[in-house]
Design a protein around this ligand. Structure first.
Ligand code: ADP
Length: 456
């Protein structure tokens, strides 16, 4: 056994050295932030089983690291350490609030208290923002946390927790459990059902969000869900066409279209349709460079994995078969196994896959509309309600439309709405709760009402 462990350590060390060379070659500045162990109770640890799973670079499908493939027992250890750390961490922060009492013999207080251990399950697409947005609020409230990062991007989470350790967070306050997709359902279930866990915060697909919501029901756990979207991007005839094109380039192509707030259904009023689509085509043709993200000129990278590539390809093929026109692209890119061409589809109708589904890729689907009423109705005809964007210079229209859109977030004459100060979250099947801004802390606290009587 000892020999096996030694061999494994040697192998890991060897791989680590190789990988560091690879990443250093790409200009990795702080190689010490690269970890291939999980982080529980203030210690860098392997899975109890000793198993690992690989992390690959989607630009060339090469393995760049291996991290522990943790299971339920490892997750239990992480929850225990977060639970233990909560007993002291919870006392580090607090805010009080005093209300006016109706009787002079009483004083009424509201204490805002941390809920306890918070589980966090995050996606791969903005690996550190997804974690810090949750953990920042939880830790500030006095909660401790167990984080399960996406299996595609565990290294970012491990780098972040290394920085947290250096910043002085005590052992057990932040724990990171890495696990493969195969072990994730069991680990996720424990993170929802353990009596030591007070709440869970999840960002990811609506399908998985629904599973976690159900799993939280038996323990009546606090839950925050940031789920899928199908964002409309409406260009009204009064819009400044140049800035609408700029806004769409950002709202569509950031992260190669792999963001839950990516513009998905592009609606353009008929009077300016031709002008807008010509300017858009020129921007997409001239300004997008596809390649490996380590290359400075590149601004469109690969899709994250083969399932995602196949999904984008299927959505485009189905839409074209249903009558959509291909203005640009439409196929896999020859740059590598996971690249898709920046694509513009036109003559799209509402029933097509590119309007019905969240594309999550570099594909623009254009539809012409006649009047404001029609655009708002199309925008709201979705079970999702995460983000909406619209461009208009008409002040009354700006307010009319902003009030009517069924969406948690709206970008008006702006394609980049995500920021730490903004309240991020959706309505309908896009989720519950808000992250970021001062409201983001609500999910991690509860109000305790104290009535002090007998004052004379
Ligand atoms: P995406 O399409 O971005 O991969 P997912 O919802 O599938 O969206 O994944 C988001 C996160 O949810 C990832 O960390 C993933 O490992 C996790 N996840 C996937 N399936 C489950 C599950 N059954 N229980 C808990 N977490 C899950």
């Amino acid at each position: 056994m000892a020999v096996l462990n030694y061999l494994r350590t040697a192998l890991i060390h060897h791989k680590h050295t190789l990988m560091m060379e690879v990443l250093k070659g790409h200009g990795l500045r702080y190689a010490s932030l690269l970890h291939q162990e999980a982080y529980i109770g203030g210690k860098w640890v392997s899975a109890a089983s000793g198993k690992l799973f690989p992390v690959t670079n989607p630009a060339n499908s090469k393995v760049i690291a291996s991290v522990p493939d943790m299971e339920v027992t490892d997750t239990e250890a992480a929850i225990n350490s977060a639970y233990e750390a909560f007993q002291t961490w919870q006392t580090t922060t607090a805010r009080g609030e005093v209300a006016q009492s109706p009787a002079s013999s009483k004083e009424l207080f509201f204490l805002r208290q941390p809920i306890g251990v918070a589980s966090m399950i995050t996606p791969w697409n903005f690996p550190n923002a997804m974690i810090t947005r949750k953990a920042g609020a939880a830790l500030a409230a006095g909660c401790t946390c167990v984080i399960k990062p996406a299996e595609d991007t565990p290294l970012s989470a491990l780098a972040a927790v290394d920085l947290a350790e250096k910043a002085g967070f005590p052992p057990g306050v932040i724990n990171v459990v890495t696990t493969s997709r195969a072990n994730t359902p069991a680990v996720g279930k424990l993170m929802c059902t353990s009596p030591k866990v007070a709440g869970i915060s999840f960002t990811g697909s609506t399908a998985i969000g629904r599973v976690l919501y159900e799993q939280c029901a038996s323990g009546i756990k606090r839950i925050g869900l940031e789920l899928g979207g199908n964002a409309p991007f409406i260009v009204f005839s009064s819009a400044d066409v140049k800035s609408a094109v700029e806004g769409l380039m950002v709202a569509k192509f950031r992260n190669s279209g792999q963001a839950c707030i990516s513009a998905n259904r592009i609606l353009v009023q008929e009077e300016i349709y031709d002008k807008f689509s010509e300017a858009l085509e020129e921007a997409v043709r001239k300004r997008l460079t596809v390649g490996d993200g380590f290359n400075k000129e590149v601004n469109i990278g690969p899709l994250i994995n083969i399932n995602q590539l196949k999904r984008v390809e299927r959505i485009v093929n189905e839409s074209v078969a249903a009558g959509a026109g291909v203005v640009l692209g439409g196929k896999c890119h020859d740059m590598g196994d996971l690249f898709f061409q920046p694509t513009i589809l036109c003559n799209v109708t509402e029933d097509m896959a590119c309007f019905q589904e969240e594309i999550f890729g570099p594909v623009i689907a254009l539809k012409k509309f006649k009047c404001e009423e029609e655009a708002v109705n199309i925008a709201n005809a979705s079970k999702f309600g995460l983000a909406c964007y619209f461009y208009s210079q008409d002040v009354s229209q700006v307010w009319r439309v902003a009030r009517r859109l069924e969406s948690g977030m709206i970008g008006i004459n702006e394609g980049l709405i995500s920021t730490a100060e903004g309240a991020f979250g959706g309505v309908k099947q896009s989720g519950i709760g808000r992250e970021g801004s001062r409201h983001g802390i609500d999910d991690y606290t509860y109000l305790k009402y104290i009535c002090l009587g007998g004052i004379n």
